[in-house]
Design a protein around this ligand. Structure first.
Ligand SMILES: [Zn+2]
Length: 84
């Protein structure tokens, strides 16, 4: 997964804010991180994010999960020599 500062940087580019607390909530708690990244739980987690950090943070939450998935996909393709 991309390191925290990659998420902070892309949030900053999109919104002008880093949303550090949000990204730390998504990644830092190793026990809950898999559930927070689980696509099937996005609707439920979106409600929590909206309540805690507001509407704009919901988009940043979903994009965090998307960035992680793209990163993982790229790593897998590189592993099999299908992506440079
Ligand atoms: Zn993550």
């Amino acid at each position: 997964m991309p390191p925290l500062d990659v998420h902070l940087k892309s949030s900053k580019q999109r919104t002008g804010k880093e949303y550090e607390e949000l990204h730390r909530w998504i990644d830092d708690d190793k026990l809950n991180a898999p559930e927070i990244h689980d696509i099937s739980r996005i609707p439920e987690n979106m409600k929590y994010v909206n309540k805690k950090w507001g509407e704009e943070a919901v988009q940043e939450f979903v994009l965090h999960v998307k960035e992680d998935m793209e990163h993982r996909l790229k790593e897998n393709l590189q592993y099999f020599g299908l992506f440079k």
